[in-house]
Design a protein around this ligand. Structure first.
Ligand code: ADP
Ligand code: MG
Length: 200
């Protein structure tokens, strides 16, 4: 996989900015209406740190991005996205094969599960991250299959009852709404797919 880190960072940030309102709306249904704002603040900080982050090789750049996100995003999603990107940066190669990248992403997704004590089916970002990482690691993934899986997994959180995070306080009333973190993961995965699609 050849990934242009400048494009990657800018495309992810633009995707977050373009969808921040939707994320906040989703969070207003089952949380405290700040997920879009949190993600926006995090990626604004990443852009502000761009020169420093992009001076590093890709794995270190992704690690530094995770560090910036932990420092700048308030709430639950900061430490969780921070853990995701910092762990991914720590374990990925600079020029990984698709399968190798998937395996590193799976390690990072597991780290998010440990950090949040979340498992699949709990209605969190993990419901998108884990299956997508496993799919990429399987060696059968295409850009389109990754996009579809991420969208399907985010949609699949709608009928779930939240068992982790703020939404779990609502119990049964969390049913019928998409998890904001699952949707932000889908948005970020789509952005990575956009960058990879441009290369081909
Ligand atoms: P907060 O809940 O503190 O307001 P955000 O609104 O930014 O933080 O993020 C909420 C998202 O974070 C949820 O939609 C969910 O996907 C994710 N999340 C919250 N708690 C956990 C957890 N324990 N494990 C995994 N993901 C979680
Ligand atoms: Mg929130």
């Amino acid at each position: 996989m050849q990934i242009n880190s400048t494009k990657l960072l800018e495309t992810m940030a633009q995707a977050v900015f373009a969808n921040a309102e939707e994320l906040t709306e989703l969070d207003s249904a089952i949380g405290d209406a700040d997920h879009g704002l949190n993600m926006k603040r995090g990626f604004q900080a990443v852009l502000a740190e761009k020169d420093n982050i992009l001076s590093k090789p890709l794995p270190e750049a992704i690690n530094a991005m995770g560090y910036t996100l932990v420092m700048k995003i308030g709430g639950a999603s900061g430490p969780l996205y921070g853990t995701l990107f910092m762990t991914l940066g720590k374990y990925m190669k600079e020029h990984p094969s698709t399968t190798e990248f998937g395996r590193s992403l799976a390690v990072a997704a597991d780290a998010v599960c440990s950090r949040g004590k979340a498992a699949i089916g709990n209605k969190t970002m993990v419901d998108v991250l884990l299956p997508v990482a496993a799919h990429i690691a399987s060696g059968t993934a295409t850009i389109e299959s990754v996009r579809h899986l991420a969208a399907d997994c985010a949609k699949a959180t709608v009928p779930m009852k939240a068992l982790r995070g703020r939404a779990s306080f609502l119990g049964e009333r969390s049913i019928g709404h998409m998890d904001p973190g699952a949707r932000s993961c889908e948005i970020l995965i789509d952005a990575v797919c956009d960058v990879l699609a441009e290369k081909q």
